[in-house]
Design a protein around this ligand. Structure first.
Ligand SMILES: O=C(O)C(=O)C[C@]1(C(=O)O)C=C[C@@H](O)C=C1
Length: 347
């Protein structure tokens, strides 16, 4: 019965807009400076407004919204039901930027989100790492002993596997952590708890029954901020810049892998990510938009995700990319942006 209600409500509930409480002070000026750069670089397309609109997946109070507000301090955030709606928001001009969670220290790469990035003509303009702490939230006055189930975003449920087993409660995935809270509230669910942040608890007026539910205390989610245009904001900078690229190929993954390693190591370019994304772990060929050829989608059995320190304007990076092209590969730069060395705490 409760399960039916969850499914039904998730498909019919309209997002209610609550007042977002003020956010904690930002610890560095870094994001503000980058934000201004992004704003200036997009200025032509941002009409009549000095505030960028950032689309995120979830309801107000979701971790993605907090990450967007942290990275783009003066932005207006736009809640979207699903990741695909986040992408459409930016493609249709309803948003200037989009934020996507792409990996976490506990679960690794969010392959489906990365796949979307490969299929669209978007570029990464900023990354942000957020230290994620989960809480158990329930309707005011409800105690742990009254609970029968827990609902949350699938990633949050995965991050809290051990705590959930200890609680001995059923669990069910919903669209996002704040959406789970919204669901409890709008249906007055007294036997169900949500896993979400203390910020979501404050926003919706729910009780926090437990803190720090994640199985590892060091739980960081990496988010990417995407733009439709290609502002290459960080390109000219010499330090603190990262580049993300994808190397798509039809065969010889080992050869490509070795070539990437030797090409980058011989030039002392540090790799920050090197991951194989193949059709075997992805149930089908990996689709990559070929921006060079009129934007057609090509299918590859395998792609490598390569992130490295440096800008595409650095001569040694240019040389490394040129050398990679000795192999029959398609190289696409996904973005060149300021690296985020900071871990923010969400209390
Ligand atoms: O559900 C949310 O609050 C989100 O922002 C989504 C999301 C994710 O996509 O991984 C973001 C960060 C946390 O790791 C849990 C969930």
């Amino acid at each position: 019965m409760a399960e039916m209600l969850i499914n039904q409500t998730m498909s019919t509930t309209k997002r209610t807009h609550f007042q977002v409480p003020s956010l904690p002070a930002f610890r560095t000026v870094n994001y503000r400076r980058n934000y201004v750069k992004i704003l200036n670089s997009l200025n032509g397309s941002v009409q009549n407004s000095r505030k960028l609109r950032v689309a995120y997946q979830g309801a107000p109070g979701a971790y993605s919204e907090f990450a967007a507000k942290t990275a783009c301090p003066e932005s207006v955030t736009i809640p979207c039901r699903a990741v695909i709606n986040v992408i459409s928001a930016i493609e249709t001009g309803r948003a200037d930027l989009a934020i996507l969670a792409v990996e976490s220290t506990m679960e690794g790469t969010a392959v489906r989100n990365y796949d979307l990035l490969l299929q669209r003509d978007l570029c990464i303009v900023q990354e942000i790492n957020l230290f994620v702490q989960y809480c158990l939230l329930a309707m005011p006055g409800v105690t742990k002993s009254e609970l029968k189930r827990v609902i949350s975003h699938p990633m949050a449920l995965a991050h809290c596997g051990r705590s959930l087993a200890e609680l001995g409660l059923d669990h069910q995935a919903v669209d996002d952590t704040a959406g789970a809270v919204e669901l409890l509230l709008s249906n007055r669910m007294l036997d169900t708890a949500a896993i979400a942040s203390t910020r979501a608890a404050a926003l919706y007026g729910l009780d926090v029954l437990a803190h720090g539910l994640q199985d590892e205390s060091w739980n960081v989610t990496r988010f990417l901020i995407l733009s439709k245009n290609n502002p290459k904001i960080a390109k000219k900078r010499k330090v603190g810049v990262k580049t993300s690229m994808v190397v798509a190929h039809h065969s010889g993954t080992l050869d490509v892998l070795l070539k990437v390693l030797s090409t980058f190591s011989s030039r002392k370019i540090s790799l920050t990510k090197l991951e194989v994304n193949s059709s075997s772990n992805n149930n089908g060929p990996v689709k990559v938009l070929d921006a060079h050829e009129g934007g057609s989608i090509k299918e590859y059995p395998c792609v490598l995700h390569v992130d490295f320190e440096g800008s595409v304007d650095d001569q040694k990076v240019k040389d490394a990319i040129a050398e990679l092209s000795d192999l029959p590969v398609y190289v696409r730069i996904l973005g060149c942006y300021s690296a985020d060395p900071t871990i923010y705490g969400l209390q």
